[in-house]
Unconditional design. Structure first.
Length: 259
């Protein structure tokens, strides 16, 4: 009899606990299941979006490869804009912005190139390769537009990391625009040293050497068959060179995408 009352009390205690906590337990279980399924769904969604963005970006690269000097850029421009709009949270959108900046620079629309690069900088992680590359290209575009002060500020304030040599070349080109021969010589010399340490990378060593040599022209020789002297720096059009370099810098392919 005593055992019966004890079991009956346990049942009553269990019923009381259920009345007080049962609903909360059910809600907690439902919430936990919802979070679990929701997380799985979000992971699948992001994976699908990344795959779609990657596919669209590969198609953009193929379209860009088909453009000739006189080719129509519009199809590639439309594809890049669609990637920016439909996959704005992906790194591929940043890459698309870089290509739009390049295309704008190639057709001489530096205002559009600047706008695209600032869009990328507003989304890229500070200090990432995309960020550093966009800063470099923005500095060149600004210099081509005559905003040398801001271009120098960008180049001097940024820790360039793997792009140190390219940043040095850009500083040299801007110094050439200002007819500051000593600063240009120092920048090009630094760029060659950095590029030699890193194996060259994105820096055109031959072109940098040519620029450096142009600052110390060789006197013409009277001997027959002597090589022609290297052109003097005053004979170069610094503004045209900077504009061409701005487009050339932006021609570099975007870094490999991260999944």
């Amino acid at each position: 009899m005593e055992q019966y009352r004890t079991e009956e009390e346990q049942v009553e205690a269990l019923k009381k606990w259920w009345d007080e906590n049962g609903r909360g337990l059910i809600v907690a279980v439902i919430v936990a299941l919802g979070v679990g399924f929701g997380w799985q769904g979000w992971q699948k969604y992001t994976a699908d979006e990344a795959a779609a963005a990657s596919e669209r970006y590969q198609a953009l690269l193929q379209q860009l490869a088909q453009i000739t000097d006189s080719g129509d850029q519009q199809e590639a421009i439309n594809m890049a804009r669609e990637i920016k709009t439909e996959h704005s949270r992906s790194t591929y959108a940043e890459f698309a912005g870089l290509h739009l900046a390049r295309l704008a620079a190639e057709r001489g629309d530096m205002a559009e190139a600047e706008a695209q690069l600032r869009w990328v900088l507003g989304r890229a992680d500070n200090g990432s390769e995309v960020y550093l590359l966009s800063q470099l290209r923005l500095a060149r575009v600004l210099a081509s537009n005559g905003d040398i002060s801001q271009a120098k500020q960008i180049l001097n304030a940024t820790e360039a990391g793997p792009y140190e040599a390219s940043y040095a070349v850009a500083r040299g080109d801007i110094a050439m625009m200002e007819n500051d021969v000593e600063a240009a010589r120092a920048a090009y010399t630094l760029a060659l040293g950095l590029a030699a340490q890193s194996g060259g990378g994105a820096v055109n060593l031959g072109l940098v050497q040519q620029k450096l040599q142009s600052l110390s022209p060789v006197e013409p020789r009277e001997l027959a068959g002597a090589a022609a002297p290297v052109a003097n720096v005053d004979e170069l059009s610094n503004t045209d060179t900077a504009a061409a370099d701005a487009a050339d810098e932006i021609t570099t392919e975007a870094p490999e995408a991260q999944e």
